[in-house]
Design a protein around this ligand. Structure first.
Ligand SMILES: NC(=O)c1ncn([C@@H]2O[C@H](COP(=O)(O)O)[C@@H](O)[C@H]2O)c1NC=O
Length: 520
């Protein structure tokens, strides 16, 4: 329990600080404060003592030294339960400081500015603030530490409920948050400095990568029931990412649900037209674009109705009542969309187990993609490259028609979200057969053909996308025999000439993108 008689307030972000200070004064708590904060309080008629007057030592070195004084740190760090500490501070004329309210110089915001120089960054490294935060957090049994303006109201409410005291539980929670805050702050400094040479040259990746994520939930199990798992979120997830989800109904999300939901959501986000993607085991069992959500769903479902069972279904547009009714006819684990009509939600409510997520639509991408390997981490920038019609190079005698170009670009977009080796047959905004995750491209092609046959979807005249080049003509022969008439692929194989010759033989129009979309 910390009984609060004296507080020190020193904040860069002054949001809410007047109300907090006013509230503290109502408990007759004495306030110490640094230059800018003290001025703001005084200008608003709130009684406070400047730290410089309290310590008898003026702020100096352009604010580099303000609170770094034994009268401050002795007052925060002294253990109230040890007679020797009590005697020591008494002898030194040091009074206790029971509450520390600090937020730090805005280092991350400063280095995020395009014109930030090294001296700007260095001057925005807070020294005195983290020192007080750490002192107070270390002494949490006797001192409260508040680093987040969002906690001000809670602190005032608890002081009121506890006659001017904060419970040890609250002080412990605040201390954990405080150490997390300083750790994140130092991580940001380390990431910045280890990616920047003294002469200003910037490395694409910092020499030391400090990642900071916040646990959102622990799960009942991981990918398999004998694995433990948790979901962590970026401190500031990019706009439009799955981590912004709100769950409207249904059972708790599992590890596989979140992984597959991410694949489904990233898939639909890549389309402008109303789109539906159905994911099973990280691959699209079907995907489609159409003039409305219901039509897109019907087309995506038809690609592989049996695999869609128990799938994750995502839309990039509002789910209306008709679409909700249609998806309710199948067993699904998760439904994701940027919005739902009220009628749709009423229909979905009848399927209480279905996890319904709403994710605000936006198109930012993560700075990095990371993959854990034994004893390390692979880091790369995100595959956010999108081919347009202008990027296509026709390599065959036959040139594709406008419709074929549209079909190829759709198939290519979907192939980007299919595990390699990826083969996608498509026509008129619908996937017709998807071959995923095979060790050989020709096998992926054969599987996609089998899937289309199983679904009763004719391949005559359709387009095909291959996420990477055909190493031999065998894949071309398979897709040609199935009836495909247009192929989109990166090109770049030593056997390109053989593959182009095969396309010409079969009367196929083929384009090269110059870019591949491996996904492992
Ligand atoms: N140097 C010090 O002793 C020191 N003590 C507190 N600060 C910071 O000064 C800021 C508040 O300054 P002001 O009250 O003058 O606006 C806070 O972000 C606080 O973390 C310091 N500044 C930098 O290290």
């Amino acid at each position: 329990m910390a009984y609060i008689e004296r507080a020190l307030i020193s904040v860069s972000d002054k949001t809410g600080v007047l109300a907090l200070a006013q509230g503290l004064r109502e408990f007759n708590i004495e306030i110490l404060s640094t230059g800018g904060t003290a001025k703001l309080l005084a200008d608003n008629g709130i009684a406070c003592t400047e730290v410089a007057d309290y310590t008898g030592f003026q702020e100096m070195l352009d604010g580099r030294v303000k609170t770094l004084h034994p009268k401050i740190h002795g007052g925060i760090l002294a253990r109230r339960d040890l007679a020797e500490h009590a005697e020591a501070v008494k002898q030194a004329g040091i009074g206790y400081i029971d509450l520390v309210v600090v937020n730090l110089y805005p280092f991350s915001a400063t280095v995020a500015k395009a014109d930030c120089t090294l001296p700007d960054a260095i001057e925005n490294i807070d020294i005195g603030g983290p020192t007080m935060v750490r002192s107070a957090a270390k002494n949490y049994q006797h001192v409260g530490v508040v680093t987040d303006p969002a906690d001000y109201a809670m602190v005032l409410a608890e002081l009121k409920a506890n006659s001017g005291s904060l419970s040890t539980g609250t002080c412990y929670d605040l201390a954990r948050k405080a150490f997390t805050h300083t750790a994140q702050y130092d991580s940001a400094i380390s990431n910045y400095l280890t990616a920047r040479e003294l002469d200003g040259e910037r490395a694409p990746f910092p020499a030391q990568l400090n990642l900071n994520f916040t646990r959102v939930q622990t799960m009942r199990y991981g990918e398999n029931p004998h694995q433990a798992a948790a979901f962590y979120r970026d401190l500031q997830p990019v706009a439009g990412s799955l981590a912004h989800y709100t769950q409207l109904q249904g059972k708790e999300l599992s590890y596989n649900n979140i992984a597959d939901s991410d694949a489904a959501w990233e898939g639909v986000k890549s389309f402008v037209q109303p789109a539906c993607v159905i994911i099973k085991h990280a691959n699209p069992s079907g995907a489609a674009v159409a003039h409305d959500a219901l039509s897109a769903y019907r087309l995506a479902f038809a690609t592989d109705a049996s695999s869609a069972f128990g799938g994750i279904i995502a839309f990039n547009c509002e789910v209306d009542a008709a679409t909700a009714e249609a998806v309710s006819q199948q067993f699904m684990e998760v439904l994701i969309a940027p919005a739902y009509s009220a009628d749709a939600l009423a229909i979905l409510a009848k399927k209480a187990n279905v996890r319904v997520l709403v994710v605000p639509m936006a198109h930012e991408v993560n700075a990095y993609e990371v993959k854990r390997v034994g004893g390390g981490l692979l880091v790369q920038t995100v595959d956010d490259f999108n081919v347009t019609a202008d990027d296509l190079r026709v390599v065959t005698e036959l040139h594709p028609t406008a419709q074929q170009i549209q079909d190829m670009l759709f198939a290519w977009r979907v192939a980007k979200f299919v595990k390699s080796n990826a083969i996608v047959f498509a026509a008129n905004g619908q996937t017709l057969g998807v071959g995923a995750g095979q060790m050989s491209r020709v096998d992926s092609t054969k599987i996609a053909v089998i899937k289309a046959a199983n679904a009763g979807l004719p391949l005559a005249g359709c387009a095909v996308a291959s996420d990477a080049f055909f190493p031999f003509r065998d894949g071309l022969d398979v897709l040609a025999e199935a009836g495909a008439k247009a192929v989109i692929q990166p090109g770049g194989s030593v056997k390109d000439a053989e593959v182009i010759a095969a396309a010409n033989e079969h009367g196929i129009a083929m384009v090269f993108t110059g870019h591949r979309h491996f996904r492992h």
